[in-house]
Design a protein around this ligand. Structure first.
Ligand SMILES: Nc1ncnc2c1ncn2[C@@H]1O[C@H](COP(=O)(O)OP(=O)(O)OP(=O)(O)O)[C@@H](O)[C@H]1O
Ligand SMILES: [Mg+2]
Length: 503
């Protein structure tokens, strides 16, 4: 134990979990987990998709009931609800957001804690307070905006801001940076450090391994619902992955050496009606991965959405396989051989109340019987969907379960598998590995490589800098709706990418 860890161990834990268990039909999500968070400590929870991280924090945050005991500052508590936990100082940013899309940012921030004046809602005051709260965190978001009009990254910022509205003892962050770029992550980490200095105990979940050492003090590793070990955060990358998977690590990023072929996509002077893209130009050729990086709100997602017919085009031209192309609806884009993976799986991606198998076959309906490439219709739909699932590392034995029963990472895999239900020439992946663990990530990247080798073009939109830098043959950096730079070869490095994020 190093000195810092020893010093931490001397204090009464902010939170202690004793023998926490949770069963779902056919799954032991948590089995006798003992876990504690000390004042001023960032305790990382780490583990593969489905290991039980979110289940554990949902119990700690009062959103879920489990077996075992919870002690807050040495006293046993029996949490009845998220509001109850919050009133005791336990506040969480959940992996699946809890904002109400039809309400404004300000209303969401004060939901359940509305300011009133003589029985009437004090709107002006709420707007002002919301503005103050967002400003103090350095988030540039208008409190009047409806949450449904925000990007996923912006919604994440509002969730974070909401968690900081309360007096805190324990702060829980479940993948808070999943859709944030470096700059926004730095802001969040500054806040976390401030909370630490005030003696808050922080539980931090992330699959982005380089973040963990930067912010963490200790780590607890879960595997299949069991606690494997609690170790100092300074543990090496390979040891950590081995604890997590029980296996040795493999190469995460594949070596890509396909030579690009014909131009598949050319975007010139693109403006969207939303105004978020204002004069973007880019090209993508067959057999190459082209990346787009940029801050939250720079318009990178909207470029992809415009190609897929989800975002309205105001001006400019899209050439697809050499022909002018405007998709008025996603179905049109799909029929033309364009697949778009949304970054918003909850609202656009999955039918959560339906079996994963149905989610897969629905997207292939208008194609049946499928008969090209390896999406060959092989006898029954059963083996077909099992094959798709295996391709992306989804537990195929559980395909008949509803999508909402799966961990965040596994839901992402179902979305990805949907892209394999039909012949596709252009893949547009928007945050494809949000919430996906490293081993699956490696599998997904290998799969991208295979798609390229088979002649597909890939446009990769990502806020994960290491992902987009390591996979892209060419990388566009967007800023304020335009392409600020196109980088290739050794110019694709962190310093040059970041320098183009800002003016
Ligand atoms: N409502 C539910 N019904 C049935 N099973 C569930 C439910 N919620 C979670 N599970 C199961 O419990 C296990 C743990 O899931 P959990 O969401 O805690 O994983 P996680 O560690 O957060 O994974 P990820 O990194 O993908 O977010 C998984 O096998 C999951 O399918
Ligand atoms: Mg989770």
């Amino acid at each position: 134990m190093n000195m810092a860890v020893q010093a931490l161990a001397a204090r009464t834990p902010r939170l202690q979990c004793r023998g926490i268990g949770k069963r779902y039909p056919g799954v032991v999500a948590l089995d006798d987990v003992n876990f504690e968070v000390l004042p001023g400590e960032v305790h990382v929870l780490f583990g593969e998709n489905g290991a039980g991280k979110s289940t554990l924090i949902s119990i700690i945050a009062g959103a879920n009931k489990g077996d075992g005991k919870l002690m807050l500052d040495g006293r046993e508590v029996d949490l009845q609800s998220v509001q109850h936990a919050r009133s005791l100082g336990i506040s969480a940013v959940f992996q699946e957001f809890s904002l109400v899309p039809q309400m404004s940012v300000a209303d969401n921030l004060f939901l359940g804690a509305e300011k009133t004046h003589g029985g009437r809602l004090a709107r002006g005051e709420m707007q002002r307070k919301a503005r103050e709260a967002l400003d103090s965190l350095g988030f540039d978001i208008d409190p009047h905006t409806l949450v449904q009009d925000l990007t996923r990254g912006e919604q994440q910022m509002v969730e974070i801001c909401k968690a900081f509205q309360h007096e805190l003892s324990v702060l829980i962050l479940d993948e808070p940076t999943a859709s944030l770029t470096e700059n926004e992550k730095d802001k969040l980490f500054a806040l976390v450090r401030k909370a630490k200095a005030n003696g808050v105990g922080i539980i931090y979940i992330s699959h982005r391994m380089h973040e963990l050492q930067e912010i963490g003090d200790r780590m607890t590793i879960l595997r299949d619902g069991r606690l494997v070990a609690t170790v100092p955060a300074s543990i090496g990358h390979d040891d950590l992955v081995e604890l997590m998977t029980g296996r040795q690590v493999e190469q995460v990023y594949p070596h890509m050496d396909t030579l690009p072929g014909k131009e598949v996509l050319r975007i010139s002077g693109l403006h969207t009606r939303s105004g978020l893209v204002c004069g973007a130009d880019l090209t993508v050729r067959a057999g190459e991965i082209v990346g787009i990086a940029g801050l939250v709100g720079c318009g990178k997602s909207e470029v992809g959405r415009a190609c897929f017919g989800v975002e309205r085009i105001a001006a400019g031209e899209i050439l697809y396989k050499g022909q002018p192309f405007v998709a008025r609806h996603p179905q049109e884009a799909l029929r033309a051989g364009i697949f778009y993976l949304t970054s918003d799986r909850k609202n656009e991606g999955l039918l959560l109340q339906h079996a994963c198998r149905d989610n897969l076959s629905l997207s292939a309906l208008h194609r049946k019987p499928v008969a090209r490439g390896w999406w060959l219709h092989k006898g029954s739909e059963r083996s077909w969907s099992a094959e798709l699932a295996e391709r992306v590392g989804f537990p195929s034995a559980r395909l008949d379960r509803n999508a909402h029963e799966f961990s965040g990472g596994n839901q992402q895999k179902v979305l990805l598998a949907k892209g394999l239900t039909q012949p596709t020439d252009l893949y547009i992946f928007d945050e494809p590995t949000v919430g996906v663990d490293v081993t699956t990530r490696a599998a997904i990247y290998r799969f991208f490589k295979e798609l390229c080798e088979a002649g597909a073009a890939i446009l990769l939109i990502s806020s994960d800098l290491s992902e987009v830098m390591n996979l892209s043959r060419r990388l566009y950096v967007m800023r304020e709706g335009q392409v600020a730079a196109e980088l290739t070869g050794s110019d694709i490095n962190e310093q040059s990418v970041l320098s183009h994020f800002f003016e």
